[in-house]
Ligand binder design. Sequence first.
Ligand code: THG
Length: 292
Amino acid sequence: MILVGENINVMSATIGPSMKERNPKPIQEMAKAMSETGVDYLDLNIGPARKAGDDLMHWLVETVQEVSDKSLSLDTTNPLATEAGLKACKGKALINSVSLQPERLERILPLAKQYDADMIGLLWGVEGMPRDANERCMLAVDLIYRANEAGIASENIWIDPIATPVSVEINQVKSCLEFMSMLPEITPECKSIVGLSNVSNGTPTHLRPYLNRTYMIMLMKYGIYSAIIDAFDAELVHIARGERPEIVSLVHRVMDGDDPDTASLNQEEKEYLKTVRVLTGETLYSDSWLEI
Ligand code: THG
């Protein structure tokens, strides 16, 4: 799997102010630390960056490239900032969060073509969030058609069905997964990506990794190509690298309807079992799901 580290983002308590002050040190330290975790891409998330976003993204790309050779993902809704980032990127860039608003597509698709960049097609439509797997399919078809029309090959498109917090709406967690099982039929060429931390948003910080890791394993059953992750979750990276096949196999068996005897499971296996039951909707989410 391809892993995109999410930690350089404007919402972060240390990175946000460093971006604002153009203070390179905390950002370069973060980029160096992330580069050692085994992620493939660094996501540079500057948010909407309405004011001087182009200056910020240009500075950020150069600042990160001084200390890291990782590929970069440009995450902003400001198209001027995207273009400034594309100009500064040494390698093939990934343009993040290309949603289906016509004005956004009009600006971004020609940039993706011009700079020969990959793009993340975010399944966010004119009416906002898709409600189920079918709406995601319709948005995906629409997005791929428009991108192809603009000269972008399907293999350069990474489809993101948008993961949502398990504590808010379990049906959306299920739809995102269901969509992933349908994607190869819609388009065998396109790649896929999911922001795993979205799933655990709003849950207790120390428990987030359980949800992120288990959801990734569930998505792996349907051949997910890549994930946006907390680069410092070393266990998540191990799993993605195929180093925990027995845990992956347990989760997949449970998804197929297997009901293992809990007495035969160790502590870690029990935790995965409880978490997969929450993410399939069989158990209602509560902050104490691991203790029940
Ligand atoms: N899909 C795509 N792009 C995305 C997302 C997605 N970009 C943004 C987001 N989702 C992925 N990035 C993050 C970044 C940080 C967090 C979650 C997702 C996060 N941060 C901690 C918090 O808010 O509590 C800590 C922040 C800090 O470092 O202080 O959870 O789905 N295409």
